[in-house]
Structures are given as C-alpha cells and as structure tokens.
Design a protein around this ligand. Structure first.
Ligand SMILES: Cc1cc2nc3c(=O)[nH]c(=O)nc-3n(C[C@H](O)[C@H](O)[C@H](O)COP(=O)(O)OP(=O)(O)OC[C@H]3O[C@@H](n4cnc5c(N)ncnc54)[C@H](O)[C@@H]3O)c2cc1C
Ligand code: SF4
Length: 431
C-alpha cells in the first residue's frame, strides 16, 4: 500500500492544481465581464435582483451556476452581479445559496423603482383598478400569467355594474394580459384587450432571436396547465398565437392606453382611437413602457417605426436609425448587413456611453467598411416622404430616406397611473 501513496499524492496534487487553475480562469472572466459592464455604464439591474451579503458569502458559486441569464460571477472570492443588466429576477440564485447570503430587492441606492400598492387580489388603492404581472413588481412569465388569471377572479367578484360597455378593459397583451383575456372569455365577461404593439407576447416578443426562456408550469383558463420548462422564444410565441386562434381571443392591436378617468363606480379608458366605459380595468402593461417619440413633424408617417423586426425588409433602402443605446446600435448593424441598404445612425449625444463593448466594436467595423454613417450630436428635425432633415450643431443636413427606426427607449406609464390615483412606493434597494 505504501508504494502507491506517492502516486495518490501526485494525482491529488494534479487534481487540486487543475481545480485552482480553472477557478482562477473563471474568476478572471468574471472580473473582465464586470469591468466591461462598468465601462459601458450597464450596472443597474432592471428591477428585482439579488444583493449578496459579503460576510455570509463564501464564494461557493452555487448561485453563479444556477443563474440562467449568466448575470452573476465570483470576484475576489464573493458572488457579484457582474452582468446586472441581464438579471431578470428569477430568484434561482437565492434558492441555490447554501448560506442564505442572497436577498432579492427592488431598485438600487441610485435608481429607485416605483412599485404600486396592490392587495393580494391585485387591486390597487383605487377600487376597480387592478395590476397584474411585471408592472406590479414581480416579473417572470409564469408569475405574470398566474396573476392575470387571478386578477380576473377579483374583477369577476366586482360584478358588471350598469351602463358600462365592458366588464373589464385589459391593457397589454404580454403573458399577464393574454392569460387574463382567456380568463375573461372563460368567465363570460365582456372584455376589451388593448395592445399598443402589432404583436402579442410583450417582453417575450423582444427577447433576442432563439433565446431559451425558462418557465415553470402555468395554468391558463380554457387551455389547462401548460408545461414548457425550457422553451425557445419563437416556440412560445407560436403557442400563444395558436391559443388566440383556437379561443377566438380578441386583441385590439396598435391601440395604446393614454388616460383613465373615473365615471361613477367604473372608468372611461382613453386610447388614441377610442374611449371605452368599463366597470374594472386591469393594467398588465409590464415595465418596458411605451416607445419614446421624437415629437417632430412627419413622425406619424407609416415609414416611422419604433423597433426593427426584420432587417431584410429594408434591403436596398435608405434607413435612418435614431438612438444611442444597444437596441439602436444592434438595429444599425443588422441593417448594414443587408445588401444595398444605406444606413445612417443619428444620436443626439457626442458619444455612445451606455452600450456593450461588443456592439461598439461591431458598429466601428461597419462604419470603417462604409456600411453605416454615424452622425453624433445630431437631432431629427423633420420627416418627409422621401427625406429627413437633421440638425447637427449649427448646421442642417438633409438625407434621402425610405424608413426611420426610432430606438430611443421607453417611457414608463407611472405619471399616467399616478394621475389615475394609483399609489406607488419608490424602492431603493429594498424588498
Ligand atoms: C431579456 C429577457 C429575458 C427574460 N427571460 C425570462 C425567462 O427565461 N423566463 C421568465 O419567466 N421570464 C423571463 N423574462 C421576464 C418576462 O419576460 C417578464 O416578466 C414577462 O414578460 C412579464 O409579463 P407582463 O405581461 O407583465 O409584461 P410584458 O411582457 O412586458 O407585456 C406588457 C404588454 O403591455 C403592452 N403595453 C404597455 N403599455 C401599453 C399601453 N399604454 N397601451 C397598450 N399596451 C401597452 C406592451 O406592449 C406589452 O405587450 C425575461 C425578460 C427579459 C427582458
Ligand atoms: S435573480 Fe435570476 S437572473 Fe438575477 S442573478 Fe439571480 S438567478 Fe440570475
């Protein structure tokens, strides 16, 4: 036996050496990710996210391994949100930590998050106004869909009331609104389902192509329990579109909520095209907000859109992309790859300060190859049928133009909802 001991010792040392090397390499990768995020100014998580107690954390990596979004890393032996912008608040990290070192909180010291005051039945402090899904603070597909269904239960209890066109107006057709719509059909409620975009799915529609979404089983009225587990975004959207066809769910696409006013014991819901009298309103609007507009003459033209759906549709055209975030850069890069497309990227600031390094590098390459013209410090002044006019410093520049894609972020509906009387609490890194 003693003759084998040196061999065992050498083997153990080799395994230990390999383990230490591998850990060092992983930590270097995490440090580099954190550095990149800090340089790009992408250090604020969108909503619910973990904070790690450095005293309790021993750097076990359990949280890093379970995070499906790759948002956590180990830096200096402790778990850290190295990729804060990717955190979507699954909470899988908290459940995985063997030392209970992780707490989930909303907002950060610098950036407060407005969370509405809602009852366990999803009713706000304004009787008859309900909130489900991510707008209420809790994200995730399953939770949003469950809440949509449960909120309709509460709405049903309020009854129909006299003189209203609808029992409920549902605003938003992401997972929460879609599920609520099915429940409204199930309970034979008179409903109107509004969606500002031209497609259903909400945040899921905007996930990167082929993204795998993770979702636990969820009960949808009429359909039953849906068990997806891990599912490609496109498959999930196909499933939902199929559900809409099968159930006859009516969705008013391209209709955006603009105001809610009180009428008797119900509401009048105002959109850009109509007014609906409803006994109850369910807000399932998520947290992406409505696209920020340029507010310039000509913006109402059909050639102006607020997201890039398919770069190929602009092949051979002159396209202006407006914005300075990752979505604007990604749109300009994708368009530049289409044969014959002439792409101009206009941004009002002097530099792209809050973008991923990967996008910056790809844009610089496209610019160097003459495939994208970048106009920093420029502002769109007017949109005409075949052209656009930009102000650049004191000067003016008119470009030939077939399409304008505005990627200037979203405007949260908080002021609209506060005007309707809904109370919010601003959370700065608290549960
Ligand atoms: C990149 C990314 C990856 C994610 N991955 C996962 C995952 O793997 N698993 C998971 O469970 N969750 C994931 N999530 C979170 C999940 O997508 C959201 O929590 C969920 O979509 C919230 O559903 P919702 O219906 O509340 O809101 P949303 O999905 O945001 O839908 C809200 C809808 O309301 C509409 N709307 C907004 N304002 C108005 C208005 N004024 N008038 C009319 N309509 C309006 C919007 O256009 C939108 O369609 C991810 C999120 C992101 C951003
Ligand atoms: S909350 Fe979810 S996405 Fe965020 S770090 Fe934890 S596991 Fe990852």
């Amino acid at each position: 036996m003693w003759t084998w001991l040196p061999i065992y010792l050498v083997l153990m040392l080799l395994v230990l050496g390999w383990y230490v090397q591998r850990n060092r390499k992983t930590q270097r990768t995490h440090e580099a990710e954190l550095k990149q995020a800090v340089e790009a100014g992408l250090v604020e998580p969108p909503s619910l996210h973990p904070i790690v107690d450095p005293v309790l954390c021993i750097g076990s990596s359990s949280c890093v391994e379970v995070c499906p979004e790759g948002a956590l890393g180990i830096v200096n032996g402790k778990a850290v949100l190295t990729n804060a912008a990717s955190c979507i608040g699954h909470g899988a990290c908290r459940a995985a930590c063997p030392f209970e070192a992780i707490t989930l909180v909303f907002g950060t010291e610098k950036r407060g998050i407005d969370i509405p005051d809602i009852t366990p039945e999803f009713e706000t402090n304004v009787p008859g106004l309900f909130i489900a899904g991510e707008l209420g603070g809790m994200g995730l597909i399953r939770k949003a869909a469950e809440q949509g269904r449960q909120a309709i239960e509460g709405i049903r209890k309020r009854g129909a009331g006299a003189g209203f066109d609808f029992d409920v107006v549902i605003v938003g057709c992401g997972p929460a609104g879609l599920s609520a719509g099915l429940s409204a059909i199930h309970h034979k409620l008179r409903y109107k389902l509004l969606e500002q975009e031209d497609s259903l799915g909400g945040a899921v529609f905007h996930y990167p192509r082929n993204k795998i979404a993770m979702t636990a089983p969820v009960k949808l009225d009429i359909i039953g329990t849906v068990k997806f587990g891990e599912v490609q975004k496109e498959k999930l959207l196909d499933f939902w579109n199929d559900v809409v066809k099968k159930t006859g769910l009516q969705i008013s696409f391209r209709e955006c909520l603009q105001d809610i006013s009180r009428e008797g014991d119900g509401f009048v819901v105002h959109t850009q095209t109509g007014q609906y009298r409803a006994r109850s309103v369910l807000l399932a609007m998520g947290r992406r907000g409505s696209p920020r507009k340029l507010e310039v003459p000509g913006e109402q033209s059909p050639k102006v859109v607020y997201r890039l759906i398919d770069a190929a549709q602009y092949r051979g055209q002159a396209v202006l992309v407006v914005g300075g975030g990752d979505s604007a850069l990604e749109a300009a890069i994708a368009l530049a790859e289409e044969p014959g497309t002439r792409v101009t990227l206009s941004y009002r600031s002097a530099a792209f300060s809050r973008v991923k390094q990967k996008n910056r590098t790809r844009l610089e390459a496209a610019q160097a190859a003459g495939r994208v013209e970048v106009l920093l410090g420029s502002v769109v002044e007017q949109i005409d049928t075949g052209s656009v006019r930009l102000a650049i410093g004191e000067g003016r520049k008119t470009l030939d133009n077939d399409a304008v894609i505005v990627c200037a972020g979203g405007l949260m509906p908080t002021p609209l909802l506060q005007k309707a009387g809904i109370r919010f609490e601003t959370k700065y890194g608290t549960a």
